[in-house]
Design a protein. Sequence first.
Length: 175
Amino acid sequence: MFLQKLKEITTLIFDVDGVLTNGDIIASDSGEFLRTFNIKDGYALQLAVKRGYLICIISGGKGLAMQRRFEGLGIAEVFLGVSDKVEVFSSLLTKYNLTASEVLYMGDDIPDLKVMQLAGLPTCPSDAVPEIKAISEYVSPYPGGKTAVRDIVEKVLKVQQKWFDENPSAADSGK
């Protein structure tokens, strides 16, 4: 059943803190909140964009550095500072004429719970909270910020035979 669902995915939506990052935030003296992102996750995301998948970010967190990171990977649908993830999710379904069965969502904590219950394929990193693990159809063996995103993107692309890139660029994941 899981493999069949992977074949139907056209859209992948990710939370940021705890999914694309390890959840740690560094507060600088200038008042900025700094996060680290994994290059392998970045490679997988930019490849999925190149392969025609709709990649979306929905996060309660915000910051110019986050926005620039996602723009550099070619992700057009980036929603930061979001308080109602269900509203954004619903608007994306309408805007792109999607059904829930086409959408994979990866989240890690309680703010993702309601939106994950609407997604066709709810997934999470290995270090997600128990409530999120309980509703996830796939729990990556990797924690957030440590290639959980790469893991699920690679699975989708491999099942759909779109993973291998004949001419990869070393610069693709570092943008």
